[in-house]
Design a protein around this ligand. Structure first.
Ligand code: GDP
Ligand code: IMO
Ligand code: MG
Length: 428
């Protein structure tokens, strides 16, 4: 069972961090392959709560080698801030490996992210403002700065000059901001060189060698399927491939190595930022989910938009990622509801549509068609076997599983590390 991928099956914040932490004691390497510090993963271990953004969640487990691979964009200030914060709490980060090919988020990427959002006005994406989009744009435009550039001052200066040339015109003339000095950026990046050097590696080679030696490698996706730049609700997406294919291009490991692809899905749906969301609730049910599920962003603190479970989205994720399993989280949040609606299809301009429409306009117009299931009142946070769940909760899971495109192998019943029901093994 060498390579396993975890991806978000909705719009993020499904509990990927907790799922990674659950598997971490069985794995040797954990790889973050996409995104950057736009991610926010909360992991609860005993009385301790950890919020991780740039570092993979598997770093919390002793003995695991954490890897930040080439597909990630790295804000170095955040990297060392997170490392120091974990070290201060007794977590060992000394095994961390960072790809020489990963791109670097600089001050100008953060600035451009914020000013372009402001200029978009009503059309804004609602980004996290961390510079993610502008850094990936530079990567695709071939004017990005990579980790390896930091170790050659001349090359670094040339590249920063090249990148800032046109950007300063844009910042000054269009956005009415001050020009950014090349030396400011160069000296900031160079200030991290000594601390960074021992971590930097050919991570694709190291991961390949680990897989050859039969080590277990877990690829931890940031963001989610519906935020993927190719397969999500474009343009209301992030700028990386957060679907399972991103694990291959984002790490340099061929697709044949991935034996298990696990989609993390909430028992309801949330979204942060703008964009279509067919099952979104604007009434007290939405408030109930937000308050009970504590749906506020780990990264920005923004309240998350909440809605019912959307089975066409689950099926879409199962297809796009080739999911072998789902981990369904936050079932406990539904406790106390009399009835639980599940979206089984959409109505688009008066026509019933079974799958996520390819046309973005149709998806904007899609109205959910619901089937309703009876709820339960019993506290389920102590359930550890499927049969510990009340009959109505079991029936809900079985009904959702039937229409979601892959088996539900584990069920989250609370934020704690052990608050999970395992139905099928995720690693064999
Ligand atoms: P990620 O970005 O996918 O890692 O998810 P986040 O950490 O942003 O958001 C998930 C939140 O739900 C975190 O606060 C977790 O502690 C919490 N959580 C995860 N699984 C469960 C669960 O089964 N029940 C409850 N109540 N909370 C959960
Ligand atoms: P995790 O890994 C939820 C959303 C932002 C915005 C859009 C683009 O915790 O699930 P960006 O800053 O990436 O350019 O913003 O994507 N977004 C997330 N939403 N969870 C995340 O990560 C997200 N990362 C980005 O809110 O709508
Ligand atoms: Mg999150």
């Amino acid at each position: 069972m060498p390579a396993v991928v975890i991806v978000g099956a909705q719009w993020g914040d499904e509990g990927k961090g907790k799922a990674t932490d659950l598997l971490a004691e069985h794995i040797d390497y954990v790889v973050k392959f996409n995104g950057g510090n736009n991610a926010g993963h909360t992991v609860v271990i005993g009385n301790e709560k950890y919020a991780l953004h740039l570092l993979p969640s598997g770093i919390l487990t002793e003995g695991v080698t954490p890897v930040i691979s080439n597909g990630v964009v790295i804000d170095l200030e955040v990297l060392f801030y997170e490392i120091d914060a974990l070290n201060a709490r007794g977590i060992d980060t000394s095994k961390l490996r960072v790809s020489a090919n990963a791109h670097v988020i600089t001050a100008y990427h953060r600035t451009i992210d914020k000013v372009t959002e402001r200029f978009l006005g009503k059309r804004q994406i609602g980004t996290t403002g961390r510079g993610i989009g502008p850094t990936y744009a530079d990567k695709i435009n071939r004017v990005g700065i990579r980790i390896q550039d930091i170790f050659d001052e001349n090359i670094l200066r040339q590249k920063v000059e090249g990148a800032l040339d046109s950007k300063n015109h844009l910042l000054v003339k269009i956005y009415n901001r001050r020009a950014i000095l090349v030396e400011e950026i160069v000296s900031d990046l160079l200030s991290y060189a000594d601390r960074l050097r021992p971590m930097v590696a050919d991570t694709a080679l190291e991961l390949h060698q680990a897989l050859e030696a039969n080590k277990v490698v877990l690829f931890e996706g940031g963001q989610a399927t519906m935020l993927d730049v190719d397969h999500g609700t474009y343009p209301f997406v992030t700028s990386s491939n957060s679907t399972a294919g991103g694990a291959s291009t984002g790490s340099g490991i061929g697709p044949g190595a991935f034996q298990r692809v696990i989609g993390i899905v909430k028992a309801y749906t949330t979204r942060v930022g703008a964009g279509p969301f067919p099952t979104e609730l604007f009434d007290e049910s939405g408030e109930f989910l937000r308050a009970t599920g504590f749906e506020f962003g780990t990264t920005t603190g923004r309240p998350r938009r909440c809605g019912w479970y959307d089975a066409p989205i689950a099926r879409y994720s199962a297809r796009i990622n080739g999911l072998t399993d789902f981990v369904l989280t936050k079932l406990d949040v539904l406790t106390g509801l009399k009835e639980i609606p599940v979206c089984v299809a959409y109505e688009v301009d008066g026509v019933r549509v079974e799958e996520v429409p390819v046309s973005q306009s149709d998806f904007h117009h899609a109205k959910p068609i619901y089937e309703t299931f009876p709820g339960w009142d019993e506290d389920i946070t102590g359930a550890r076997e499927f049969t510990d769940l009340p009959k109505n909760a079991q029936d809900y899971i079985l009904a959702v599983e039937k229409i979601s495109g892959a088996r539900i192998s584990a069920i989250g019943v609370g934020p704690a590390r052990d608050a999970i029901i395992q139905r099928y093994s995720l690693l064999d």
